[in-house]
Structure formats: C-alpha cells, structure tokens
Design a protein around this ligand. Structure first.
Ligand SMILES: N[C@@H](CCC(=O)N[C@@H](CS)C(=O)NCC(=O)O)C(=O)O
Length: 245
C-alpha cells in the first residue's frame, strides 16, 4: 500500500513532514491539496481540525507534523530524531515547541501579511505541482480565502508577529552561534523543526518549493535583517548536510 502525505506544497509544516519522511527513508507519495477545498476532505477523513499535513500510513491517518514525527519515530526507530536520554529528549521537545510558537506561526503571518496582496505569487505557491483545475478554483476562491487568512492568521498585526519572531530567533541564534546542534552533538527533530520552519526566509536551494523570483520589498527588508544570523546560516547548512531526497 502506498504511503501518502496530504499537504499544501507551500506549507512549512508540510515541509517538516516531507523532510521527516525523507530522513527516515520512507517512500511516500505527495497528494497536493489547495486551501479551501481541503476542509471537507479533512472532515471526511474524520478530523475535527482542518489542517495539513496528514499522513496516510497504510490506512492509519495521522494529522499534524509533530504527531507524524512521533508516529514515524515509533515505526522507524533507525536514524532517531530524539536522543535516548530522557532529559535530552525533553529538551528537544522544548525547542520544537519554541520553533512552532515563535518561528513557524509568526513567520507564516508575517509572510502572508505581505504576500496576500500579491495574488499571482500566492496562487503560484498554492498551486505548485498541481493541476489546472485547482489553479482555477484557487483563483475563484481567492477573495474569500484572503478574508479568512487575514482573520485567522491575524495578518493586520504584523508588529506582534515580528516581536514574537524576534524573541524566538534570538533564542535559536544564541545556541547556533556556539554549536552546530540544538541538543547534544547530533541532528534531532529540534534542528529539523527550526530549519524547516525558518526555510521560507532563507530559501535553501534543496527546498522543493519554487519561491517567487522577486520578494516584495517589505518582506525582503525583514528577511535581510535575519538571514545572515546564526539560525539563518545554520538552516542553509542543515539543508545542505541533512536534507537528502
Ligand atoms: N501544528 C500543525 C500545524 C499545521 C498547520 O498550521 N497547517 C496549516 C498550513 S501551514 C494549515 O493546514 N492551515 C489550514 C487549516 O488550518 O485549515 C503541524 O505541526 O502540522
């Protein structure tokens, strides 16, 4: 039976699961959804929440990249992403939570706060490796999705997202300025999380997403403030050294 990952290509949480599956050497098929029509699909699968990624592992459905990571860790213990030591494993979990709350979530809002005004760029990102019908549906739904994303991701509150991001990146920078890995001396789910969630800002060449050729100015200036810092540079190196496909 084929293992499937239901996803949005643009989503950095989906990238976390793509990388996770590749790291574990699990062959899988991507099923590229677009925002909007994904909602009834997730409901039909029996989930209360509508987010992706969702892993279909031989009929067993797992939603959310953090749950998928724990599921894969149990099924495929080789190339572990958590240390055996309980304290070190708890430390990984703390970094993962920080990466979610202070990098992944605010960076998504900061990026959408600008990109949502660039209709073609957003639709290109949503519809990468997708068929023409989904591009037409995205075009039709765009005005509604724009409103929903603005409310759901609080896109009018960029200063708050920038403040959260600054707090998060400072914590990661402090560690990566001194050492290569967040916990101990090997690659863990903490490093994978930070790198995948920060990747839209540094756009590593190994990444599957085809980023817009030109980044809008107000996003570019924000990116430039952080790209050359320890976390940005470490993200590029982690992609180079660990993002095999
Ligand atoms: N905690 C989740 C977050 C996933 C998430 O926020 N996914 C977004 C895309 S980046 C999504 O599916 N949004 C649409 C929705 O919630 O319906 C994870 O780790 O996977």
């Amino acid at each position: 039976m084929t293992i499937k990952l239901y996803q949005f290509m643009i989503s950095h949480y989906c990238e976390r699961s793509r990388w996770n599956l590749d790291h574990k050497g699990v062959p899988f098929q991507l099923v590229n959804w677009i925002p909007g029509p994904h909602i009834p699909k997730t409901k039909r699968m029996g989930f209360k929440r509508s987010y992706v990624p969702i892993l279909d592992y031989e009929g067993e459905l797992v939603q959310s990249s953090d749950n998928i990571a724990r599921f894969l860790e149990q099924k495929f213990p080789e190339k572990p992403l958590w240390p055996a030591d309980a304290d070190a494993a708890a430390e990984v979990d703390r970094w993962v939570q920080l990466a979610d709350e202070k990098i992944g979530i605010p960076l998504r809002s900061i990026m959408y706060s600008v990109l949502i005004h660039e209709r073609k760029q957003v639709i290109d990102l949503w519809c990468q490796d997708n068929h023409l019908l989904n591009r037409m549906i995205s075009n039709l739904l765009f005005p509604v999705l724009k409103k929903k994303l603005t409310r759901f991701y609080k896109l009018n509150d960029r200063p708050r997202h920038e403040a959260a991001f600054a707090e998060g990146i400072a914590a990661f920078d402090a560690v990566y300025a001194k050492q290569d890995f967040l916990v101990g001396d090997s690659f863990t789910f903490a490093d994978l999380s930070l790198a995948s969630l920060l990747a839209p800002m540094v756009m590593p060449p190994q990444h599957q997403v085809k980023w817009p050729a030109e980044t809008p100015d107000s996003l570019q200036s924000f990116f430039e403030k952080h790209q050359s810092g320890p976390s940005g540079q470490r993200t590029l190196a982690l992609y180079r050294d660990f993002r095999g496909r």
